[in-house]
Write a protein that binds this ligand. Structure first.
Ligand SMILES: Nc1ncnc2c1ncn2[C@@H]1O[C@H](COP(=O)(O)OP(=O)(O)OP(=O)(O)O)[C@@H](O)[C@H]1O
Ligand SMILES: [Mg+2]
Length: 413
C-alpha cells in the first residue's frame, strides 16, 4: 500500500476511493509482466494515466512509449500509421514508412479508444498480439516486433461485440487483465479532494485566491451525477474560478455550472453522452467569452477616460498607437452604451475616424450562429497548436474524438 501513495504522488492522481486504489494496484502488479491490459471507464475518469503507470513500472520503461488515439485517426490511414507502409502502396505514399508497432519495438503502445478501430485493423492487431508478426501496408514481407499493448475504451466493449463492431477474440486477447476506472459519482469524498486540488491549481494559474465551497455546495457536488467525470469537475472548477468574483461559492451559484442533463446520481446511463456534455460546456464557454468581452469593454472605457483626462502619457500613447486605435474601433462599433462622439481625434488627431467607420459594418455583420462560432473556435484552437488535435481538444474542453467528429462534420481543413 506504500507503493500506492508513491504512485499517486508521482503521477498526480488524487483520491482514496477503494475502487480507484484497486485500479492503481492492479496496474502496479501487472506492470512487470508483458500481459495486455484493457482499461475501461466512462469518459473523463482518468484512464490515460494508467498506461503510463504500467509502462514506467515495467522492464520496458527505457523503451519507447507511444500513445495512439484510435478514434482520431481516419480509417483510411490507420493501418499505415500502426503497421507502416511501402512506397507506392497508395496514392501519396511517396516513401516507405515505419508504423508505430515497428517504432515501438521493445516498448509499449497505448491504444486509446480501441473500440474505434475498424474491423480489418482489429484482425491485424490480433495477429501482432498473438505472434508479434505484422505486415506493412503494400508489402508481403512478415516483420516481427516485441511490443506490449495497453488499450483503453470509454464505451462498453461487450456491447460493441454484440453489435458486430468489435471482434470477440481480440477483446479476450486484450482483456487479459482488465482495469476498471470508477466513475466519479461513485467516489464520494474524492470529489471534494479533487475539487480542492483543481481550485488550488487554477488559483495558481490565474493568480487569484482559490475558490471554496460552503457545505450546501459541497453536498451538491457529492450528489451530482458527473456524466463527464473528473474532466467535467476540472472544467467546472476552472469556470467558477474565472467567472465568479466571490471566492466563497454557495450552492445557488454552483448550480448554474452543473448542467441539468447531468441530473442526480440515480438513473445511471452507461453510455457516455459526449454531445450533450459538449453543448452544455459550450454554453458555459460562451458565457466566459461574453463576460470577458464585457470586462474588455469596461477596460476600454477606462482607457478612453484616462486619455480624455490626459492621464496617459503622450509618448506611451504614441508607441502604442496601433493598440489604442484598435481599441477605439471596437469600442465605437460594438458598444452602444459608449458615446460614439468620443474619438481619440479630440486629443490625438493622428487617428483616422474613417477607418473606424468602415470597420463597423464588418463587425455588425459578424455571424452570431452557434455552429459558426464553434467552427471558428475549433479552427483557432487547431491553429494555436499547429493542427495538434490532442492539444486543441484539451483547450476546447472536449475529447479528441468529439473534436475529430466535429472536424469531419463541419469539413474543417
Ligand atoms: N484521480 C485524478 N486525479 C487528478 N486528476 C485526474 C484524476 N483523474 C482524472 N484526472 C484529470 O481529469 C482529466 C480527464 O482524464 P483523462 O483524459 O485521463 O480521461 P479519460 O478517461 O481518458 O477520458 P476519455 O475516455 O474521454 O478519453 C485529465 O485532465 C486528468 O488529468
Ligand atoms: Mg482519454
Amino acid at each position: 500500500m506504500r507503493d500506492l501513495q508513491i504512485i499517486k504522488q508521482r503521477f498526480g492522481i488524487i483520491g482514496n476511493y477503494e475502487g480507484l486504489n484497486r485500479a492503481i494496484d492492479i496496474a502496479a502488479q501487472v506492470a512487470p509482466t508483458d500481459l495486455s491490459v484493457l482499461i475501461s471507464g466512462e469518459s473523463g475518469t482518468g484512464k490515460e494515466i494508467f498506461p503510463q503507470v504500467i509502462h514506467s513500472y515495467s522492464s520496458r520503461k527505457h523503451g519507447s512509449y507511444i500513445a495512439v488515439n484510435c478514434g482520431a485517426i481516419p480509417e483510411g490511414t490507420i493501418d499505415s500509421e500502426l503497421f507502416g507502409h511501402e512506397k507506392g502502396s497508395f496514392t501519396g505514399a511517396t516513401d516507405s514508412r515505419k508504423g508505430y508497432f515497428e517504432v515501438a519495438d521493445g516498448g509499449t503502445i497505448f491504444l486509446d479508444e480501441v473500440a474505434e478501430l475498424p474491423l480489418s485493423t482489429q484482425v491485424r492487431l490480433l495477429r501482432v498480439l498473438e505472434t508479434g508478426e505484422f505486415i506493412r501496408v503494400g508489402s508481403s514481407k512478415v516483420l516481427k516486433t516485441n511490443v506490449r499493448v495497453i488499450a483503453a475504451s470509454n464505451i462498453d466493449v461487450p456491447g460493441a461485440i454484440e453489435n458486430g463492431k468489435f471482434r470477440e477474440d481480440l477483446f479476450y486477447r486484450l482483456n487479459t487483465v482488465p482495469i476498471i476506472v470508477p466513475a466519479l459519482r461513485e467516489r464520494g469524498e474524492d470529489i471534494l479532494l479533487l475539487f480542492r486540488k483543481f481550485s488550488v491549481d487554477f488559483a495558481e494559474k490565474y493568480r487569484m485566491p482559490a475558490i471554496r465551497l460552503d457545505s450546501e455546495a459541497k453536498n451538491m457536488l457529492l450528489n451530482y451525477r458527473w456524466p463527464g467525470n473528473v474532466r467535467q469537475l476540472k472544467n467546472i472548477t476552472e469556470q467558477v474560478s474565472i467567472i465568479e468574483g466571490e471566492r466563497e461559492v454557495i450552492a445557488s451559484t454552483l448550480r448554474k455550472y452543473l448542467p441539468e442533463s447531468g441530473g442526480t446520481k440515480l438513473p445511471a446511463i452507461i453510455n457516455k453522452n459526449d454531445e450533450k456534455l459538449f453543448s452544455s460546456e459550450r454554453e458555459i464557454l460562451y458565457k466566459i467569452l461574453f463576460d470577458m468581452k464585457s470586462d474588455m469593454n469596461d477596460l476600454k472605457k477606462l482607457v478612453l477616460d484616462l486619455i480624455r483626462r490626459g492621464e496617459i502619457d503622450v509618448k506611451f500613447h504614441e508607441s502604442n498607437s496601433g493598440v489604442i486605435k484598435n481599441l477605439f474601433r471596437e469600442v465605437n462599433s460594438q458598444d452602444s452604451d459608449i458615446d460614439n462622439s468620443i474619438t481619440p481625434e479630440a486629443d490625438f488627431p493622428q487617428y483616422q475616424t474613417r477607418n473606424i467607420i468602415q470597420d463597423t459594418e464588418e463587425i455588425i455583420e459578424e455571424s452570431l450562429s452557434l455552429s459558426d462560432k464553434e467552427i471558428e473556435m475549433i479552427k483557432k484552437a487547431l491553429e494555436k497548436y499547429n493542427g495538434k488535435r490532442k492539444m486543441a481538444a484539451k483547450e476546447l474542453g472536449i475529447s479528441e474524438r468529439t473534436l475529430y467528429r466535429k472536424i469531419k462534420e463541419y469539413g474543417i481543413e
